[in-house]
Design a protein. Structure first.
Length: 584
């Protein structure tokens, strides 16, 4: 089942280095406190992406990981920044910023074009750098430990462990191959000390372990081949649950044979970070409390953000993790813009990765939207605003070809070869039609429970998270959201046409062939997404999506036989098979 994605960004190293320098200058001019610390963490995370991109570029050129002067400079810079972050953290954000070698940063900016990746934990899962600093201090390891970060996010996480241990700069390795059978390709000389020393300890650092644990295991195997025993290897991971269901017997044996230091094992957030955020808010009338959604609302824990609710002197707030660094800053801007336009609840601010929004007093619309005509007008205005680029430049996302492959693969697994073949033929007919996609910051979650009904109209919630979620969709042509609206609200041809006309009138791009492509892709993605989630509500929702996908594909041959190919490519949005009648 194709669900996940972590697309790379092609960036100029000089531009990345300049952005880091700007952040460091900004932090240096700020008063002490958690806000200054957050800017320093932003610069550190961005530096980790820069060093990761340089290392991956050299790996691509050489075919193996090897020592290089540029990577040594990057590791030295990252260690210095990790030390500065640690000092700020341990001094309760009072320590002045110093000892960051900006000359190294300028040298790294000469690396040319690089491919950078967002650290998933930093962006989605409230994985804070300080948790790895604390895990390293608890480990009992000494300064002679050799630290190995697993790229991507392990590049910066390894620097944090090295800083806390007062060890030499970390090296990084890139596991390659099948996701469940990763391997390391590296020159033995990348280790800066003799591996034959039986007293030497190795810290292997990454987020995870994930479904298979194969990235951690690949580094361990590589070390085994160099004569290093399991007792010398320490895994620094985000959690202590071990590898997931895709891990084989060998990987589980490797995992059990090495020592573990999970970063989040001691309630890091509740005991250390949450009090800092509560203190920063200042006007709290009570502590942050875990947010409790309506029990009947379908939830997918894999993509849920850490959320709290609280009451301040200014009213109730929803405190939701939006991401550290660039991710959180972008979502803050989007949330502010949507609130100003009247589409979403008001915004209070951003506090070290957590977006603070007004907790609107409203009810969920449920399955039946009250005053459908009024809601569809709001929906049309909302999609028109996003289609017009009102939220700024789009980020990465799956190509249309990738969405097609996803739809065929998911349909094959869900419905079998006959239906998958039908869909493949349909999508092939559309593949060379019309103009290319025009990517914007789409919403990507238009289910009815994502709207609130207020006395003044309708408010969209969760409106800034999902075009940057840890799934493969990402930013798309507005056709993706139009298709989602057709599916979620069972739009008639007239209703869908009215929304498309509103988007065109506002200057947005509407390509009928893309909507016809996105409809089955949307159904196939949602079928796979909710079909792999847990809970009764999610299972019921998955069955509904699968049923509608099957109905769509069942009617498709008859529909296409009655429609000339050139007509099919200009089909109005609401007249695809299974979406031709008015809602009853």
């Amino acid at each position: 089942m194709m669900l996940y994605g972590n697309p790379a960004r092609l960036e100029n190293a000089a531009s990345v280095a300049a952005s880091i320098s700007t952040l460091l200058h900004r932090a240096g001019s700020m008063p002490s406190g958690i806000d200054r610390h957050a800017v320093l963490a932003h610069a550190f995370i961005r530096a980790g992406e820069l060093v990761q991109g340089i290392a991956d570029a050299e790996f691509d050129r050489c075919g193996v990981d090897a020592r290089s002067r540029m990577q040594d400079k990057g590791a030295t810079l990252l260690l210095a920044m990790a030390v500065a972050l640690d000092r700020s953290w341990r001094s309760n954000f009072r320590e002045e910023l110093s000892d960051i070698p900006l000359s190294l940063l300028r040298q790294l900016g000469s690396a040319g074009w690089i491919s950078t990746r967002v650290g998933e934990g930093y962006a989605h899962y409230a994985l804070y750098p300080e948790a790895y600093l604390e895990a390293a201090r608890r480990s009992g390891l000494g300064s002679e430990t050799l630290v190995i970060g697993i790229r991507s996010i392990g590049t910066s996480l390894g620097a944090l462990v090295a800083a806390a241990l007062q060890a030499r700069p970390a090296i990084s390795l890139r596991p390659v191959g099948h996701p469940f059978r990763r391997e390391i390709r590296a020159e033995p000389g990348i280790l800066t000390i003799a591996a034959s020393d039986s007293d030497l300890q190795f810290a292997v650092v990454d987020e995870g372990p994930g479904m298979s644990g194969s990235s951690f295991a690949s580094v361990a195997r590589w070390l085994f081949d160099l004569g290093i025993g399991p007792a010398q290897i320490h895994f620094f991971s985000s959690h202590g649950n071990g590898p997931g269901e895709a891990a084989g017997r060998e990987i589980r044996a490797i995992w059990q044979g090495c020592r573990h230091h999970p970063a989040l094992s001691c309630d890091f957030f509740d005991q250390t970070l949450k009090p800092c955020i509560e203190s920063r808010l200042g006007s709290l009338e009570g502590a942050l409390k875990p947010y409790s959604p309506t029990p009947s609302t379908p939830r997918d824990g894999r993509f849920e953000r850490l959320k709290f609710s609280t009451t301040t002197t200014h009213g109730r707030l929803l405190v939701k993790f939006a991401g550290l660094g660039d991710s959180g800053e972008r979502k803050l801007r989007d949330a502010q813009t949507l609130a100003t336009e009247g589409f979403s609840p008001g915004v209070v601010g951003l506090c070290y990765g957590f977006l603070l929004q007004e907790h609107a007093t409203a009810r969920r619309p449920g399955c039946t939207i009250h005053d459908r005509a009024r809601f569809l007008q709001t929906l049309a205005s909302y999609l028109s605003f996003r289609a017009g680029g009102g939220l700024g430049p789009a980020g990465p996302g799956a190509t249309v070809d990738t969405l097609r492959r996803m739809a065929i693969e998911n349909s094959l697994e869900l419905l079998g070869p006959r239906f998958a073949s039908t869909l493949e033929c349909h999508l092939q007919r559309l593949s060379d039609a019309g103009a290319p996609a025009r990517v914007v910051r789409t919403d990507n979650r238009l289910q009815s429970w994502k709207w609130l009904v207020t006395s003044d109209g309708f408010l969209k919630v969760d409106a800034v998270d999902h075009c940057e979620a840890h799934d493969l969709v990402g930013c798309q042509d507005i056709a993706w959201d139009i298709a989602g609206s057709i599916v979620e609200y069972r739009l008639s041809a007239a209703e869908a046409g009215a929304i498309c006309n509103a988007i065109r009138s506002a200057g947005g791009n509407v390509e009928p062939h893309l909507i016809a492509t996105m409809l089955p892709c949307y159904l196939a993605f949602q079928s796979g997404l909710w079909g792999t989630a847990t809970g009764a509500a999610a299972e019921a929702l998955a069955r509904s999506y699968v049923h509608r996908l099957k109905s769509f594909l069942h009617l498709l041959p008859q529909y296409e036989s009655q429609t000339r190919s050139n007509d099919l490519r200009s089909t109005p949005a609401g007249t695809a098979p299974g979406f031709t009648t008015s809602r009853k």
